[in-house]
Design a binder for this molecule. Structure first.
Ligand SMILES: CC/C=C\C/C=C\C/C=C\C/C=C\C/C=C\C/C=C\CCC(=O)SCCNC(=O)CCNC(=O)[C@H](O)C(C)(C)COP(=O)(O)OP(=O)(O)OC[C@H]1O[C@@H](n2cnc3c(N)ncnc32)[C@H](O)[C@@H]1OP(=O)(O)O
Ligand code: TJR
Length: 364
């Protein structure tokens, strides 16, 4: 482990990153709350302001992936459709296998200039999470209770509201509905069997209702479905904690652009279409497993400096007063200072001693 890597893996760094994220996030949430009266006067302006405010939060997580951990992202896609990305509204269908798959999605959103406005069909519980959930409320994120009797009305209504959305967005749909685990896979393949559907090896059986309602309600607004399949090199499954500790990974994303008009309108036909799509996605994963790459040409859309600039701005704004406070406390020699310093040093030390990486790095 290099010196820089060792520095990045310190608990103190993690605490600083989380402090900046939470403090800035709550400030942004407050600013978003202040835009409430504007929604009554000028809705489109309120939406545009909220897109920029949301960028302040989500781009910090993108910055940790791109600039702090240095994770690289390669896109496998048709060069003919590449110029359309970010220039049109799209429904993104992504496999849900990794803890940080949403973060890789955000990274691509940033690279194509749609990070602030991008949306997801998210479970309702996430709406109550401070910072991210509250930010989503002002971004008009679509929430579902995973109770179709209720969702069929509320999800459709939320999607209809996006018809006059003023900026381009990508709408993310995890059709599997939950993250892949062997247990969930086993159950969903039992469902596949009872429905007479072919088995999937790398995906859960997709839930078709959310896809159908999304496609139907975004017709005329979204131009295409981006069928996206994500994987990490060397069979790795990165965690958020590893990213925050500065560990580097390499993500590969395979994207196919499918015009929305080519998707059937009838619910049953649309469901059959989605099942076929997941069988194709499964074959792409099989290809990746066999060859270590997805089919087709690769492109590497460059990371942009804005996420880093935003992160540095908030860090400067929030760490300067904290630094001044700590300097004052240290010069006063209070009991709090000593106890706080000891706790931080102790936790750093124990992490170093017990973490697998430091043990692995010892000479034989
Ligand atoms: C160029 C670059 C391109 C791309 C870049 C990539 C991405 C970037 C894009 C945007 C990023 C933006 C934001 C991302 C940020 C963060 C995201 C983070 C978090 C969100 C994650 C979530 O919250 S996921 C959970 C919520 N979402 C979903 O659940 C969606 C899928 N679900 C549905 O669609 C459901 O149908 C529903 C929710 C609408 C309703 O659910 P309900 O449970 O009521 O109904 P079902 O669908 O289950 O209907 C019952 C039918 O299901 C069958 N069944 C039963 N058991 C199973 C099983 N185990 N598996 C499959 N099917 C099952 C049952 O038999 C019923 O069958 P029917 O024949 O009657 O339909
Ligand atoms: C700068 C960075 C600092 C970060 C420090 C703080 C970390 C805060 C992290 C907030 C991340 C919020 C993004 C939420 C996305 C999580 C994905 C998710 O939750 O998917 C749910 C699905 O799978 C369904 O789950 P199940 O209920 O089926 O199981």
């Amino acid at each position: 482990m290099g010196l820089l890597q060792l520095l990045k893996s310190q608990v103190l760094c993690l605490l600083i990153i989380c402090y900046v994220f939470l403090a800035s996030g709550l400030i942004v949430n407050l600013l978003q709350f202040c835009t409430l009266p504007l929604w009554l006067i000028n809705k489109q302006l309120a939406r545009k302001i909220n897109i920029r405010l949301a960028y302040c939060i989500s781009s910090q997580m993108v910055a940790t992936l791109e600039w702090w951990s240095g994770t690289e992202c390669t896109l496998y896609t048709d060069p003919k459709t590449y110029p359309l990305y970010g220039k049109e509204n799209a429904i993104v269908v992504l496999n849900h296998m990794f803890e940080i798959d949403f973060l890789c999605g955000w990274t691509f959103c940033d690279r194509f200039g749609v990070l602030g406005s991008s949306k997801v069909l998210a479970k309702k519980d996430l709406a109550y999470v401070p910072v991210i959930g509250w930010m989503w409320y002002f971004l008009e994120i679509v929430f579902c209770k995973r109770k179709w009797e209720e969702d069929r009305i509320t999800v459709a209504q939320s999607l209809q509201r996006l018809q006059d959305y003023p900026e381009n967005f990508w709408f993310l749909l995890y059709c599997e509905g939950t993250r892949f685990t062997p247990k969930k896979h086993q159950i969903s393949m039992q469902v596949a069997e009872t429905k007479g559907l072919p088995k999937l090896k790398y995906h859960l059986l997709p839930r078709t209702k959310g896809f159908w309602v999304t496609v139907q309600n975004l017709r005329g607004k979204a131009a295409a479905v981006y069928d996206s399949t994500l994987n990490f090199r060397n069979n790795e499954s990165p965690t958020l904690l590893e990213i925050l500790s500065g560990k580097k990974f390499h993500a590969d994303l395979y994207v196919r652009r499918i015009p929305l008009e080519s998707i059937p309108e009838d619910e049953a036909e649309c469901a059959a279409w989605l099942h076929k799509l997941y069988q194709e996605k499964d074959s792409f994963q099989e290809h990746y497993e066999q060859t270590g790459r997805f089919p087709g040409p690769t492109l590497s859309p460059p990371r942009r400096p804005w996420s880093l600039i935003n992160w540095l701005f908030w860090s400067f704004l929030l760490l300067c007063p904290l630094g001044l406070l700590l300097t004052q406390l240290i010069s006063s020699g209070s009991v709090f200072t000593i106890v706080f310093s000891l706790v931080v040093c102790y936790s750093d030390l124990t992490t170093q001693i017990y973490s697998g990486s430091s043990l692995d790095d010892r000479p034989d």
